[in-house]
Design a protein around this ligand. Sequence first.
Ligand code: UDP
Length: 361
Amino acid sequence: MNITIVAGARPNFIKIAPIIRAIEKNKSEGKNVSYRLVHTGQHYDKNLSDTFFEELNIPKPDINLEVKSGSQAVQTAAIMVAFEQELIQNPCDLVLVVGDVNSTMACAIVAKKMNIKVCHVEAGIRSGDMTMPEEINRIVTDSITDYFFTTSDTASNNLKMYGANPENIHFVGNVMIDTLYQNLDRISAPNFWDDYQLEQNNYVVLTLHRPSNVDEVTSLIDLLQGIDEMVKDKKIIFPIHPRTKAILGDYELNLKNIVFVEPQGYLHFMFLIKNSFAVITDSGGISEETTVLKIPCFTMRNNTERPETQSIGTNTLVGTSIENLRKVYRNFIQTGKKESGIPELWDGKASERIVEILLKK
Ligand code: UDP
């Protein structure tokens, strides 16, 4: 079986690393499987791309389509045009896409129209929020996927509800968590650890990049100021996403506790998360990682496509208002961590299951 693996953005790189590792293991055992890695170039900053390839030992992509930034339509179209050429020149048996970024949807459409089987890893998750580009990407991708690999029963049930053939839905666990377990003994403190006198439990990590939180600059500044005042006695480490940085531009901010740092490589970032007092974020992936690491996570969104991070894990959805965050955070300070568990099959073996199942198709 000849698989083309697609990755375009930071969370994709984290998800493909263990899948490639599992394919290579099977190949070395003499199984009939090979792959070609296509980087669409959706993320091209060194901090969001190259660093992840280096740290997670992901092989150099066979090709980079170099689509770079653009509006939703411009970027999606550019990926489709380039990926069609790629598949014409390098035919394959199966295209494997992960997650919910534009590259996921664009490449799934191109493959399906060329009568190539599509496999979607992290299929079936739904926020129900059609204002999120990711939700549209999920729905479109899953509507043309042949083999679905899911992270939860909820996701599998969503797919059944949408009419997917149950025989093609496989609940395998979470590849993001495979990467976490595979790298936990490699994580290390970033260079600024001592500069800011960081210690286990004496700081909060903040990440924000969703349009609903960052696109309106005055609300973003209010939110940052509110968080700065709320976390009185602790530093707040804020690895700022290029998207958020561009919106803040040269605005003068008067913040006492928030420390702006560059987007972190995976190994430094996971070290920061693992040792933090709490995390405030609007990222889906981070709510999964904090669940496994048992770190309290406050998600600045009104909905989540990963409900198990809240019902089982450490995540609390707080909406997008600072007032609500303040209330929830105060309650957490008074009552301490909530009881939590780890969702079923988030055990570090999802990628092995995926490759084993694909090889039987
Ligand atoms: N991440 C990282 N460094 C950072 C921020 C995030 O390594 O400075 C990793 C982390 O593992 C996280 C993943 O990137 O789960 C995806 O983050 P992002 O917020 O970009 O994507 P989302 O989860 O919202 O799709």
